[in-house]
Design a protein around this ligand. Structure first.
Ligand code: DX5
Ligand code: ZN
Length: 211
């Protein structure tokens, strides 16, 4: 069954601890934390201190999506703050191979993300260094954008490329019940959703609708 990773970008920031407790109760499989540096993307969000503060509020994996330029220095900060998975952007890393190694050396899972315009053929030489591949189905920076349909083809191609290897495909941006089923059909293992999980406040119903 597909895993659902709610993005706290759409949560009530004034009560984040309670929000992630509610998400766990509602059946979330992991908590997606969107870190933005105001440089790689035109928005600013969370730092490692927030990850550390949230850690005691859930036993779910904390899935940290680093939308930052040159993330090398930050990897150990987030790992020691309680991240279980750190995903970096292909476009933001000068030495991706080295950065991915440094994430695994922290004893956690490593992910690589591709912007919508980045082709999947940048992946073959890092497949042995990643636990998940994050396909951005919107341009990173903001919640509430529309799903870019041509990413379905990319998901399917990555699925083929992975074959029997133990790597999960995560899709992020514009996920609603309709686009969720398209992503699942294309081969997605994990769906990140902000807007559609938090809409209306019934997290359990919204998460089930995505599955
Ligand atoms: C966008 C973030 C997403 C975002 C998804 O830069 O990476 O995780 O929160 O939000 P929705 O589900 O609203 O598209
Ligand atoms: Zn994200």
């Amino acid at each position: 069954m597909v895993k659902i990773a709610p993005s706290i970008l759409s949560a009530d920031f004034a009560r984040l601890g309670a929000e992630i407790e509610a998400l766990e109760k509602a059946g979330a499989d992991m908590i997606h934390i969107d870190v933005m540096d105001g440089n790689f993307v035109p928005n600013l969000t969370f730092g490692p201190a927030l990850v550390k503060a949230l850690r005691p509020h859930t036993s779910l994996p904390l899935d940290v999506h680093l939308m930052v330029n040159n993330p090398d220095e930050m990897v150990p900060w987030f790992a020691s703050s309680g991240a279980d998975i750190i995903t970096v952007h292909f476009e933001a890393c000068r030495h991706l191979d080295k950065t991915l190694d440094s994430i695994r050396r922290c004893g956690i899972k490593a992910g690589v993300s591709l912007n919508p315009s980045t082709p999947e053929n940048v992946l073959p030489y890092v497949l042995d260094k990643v636990d998940q591949i994050l396909v951005m189905s919107v341009n990173p920076g903001f919640g509430g954008q529309s799903f870019i349909e041509n990413q379905l083809e990319k998901i399917a191609r990555i699925k083929d490329m992975i074959g029997e290897q133990k790597i999960e495909i995560e899709v992020d941006g514009g996920i609603n019940p309709m686009t969720a089923s398209e992503c699942i059909a294309a081969g997605a293992d994990i769906l990140v959703a902000g807007t559609s999980v938090f809409a209306g406040g019934d997290y359990q119903k919204n998460i089930s609708a995505l599955r």
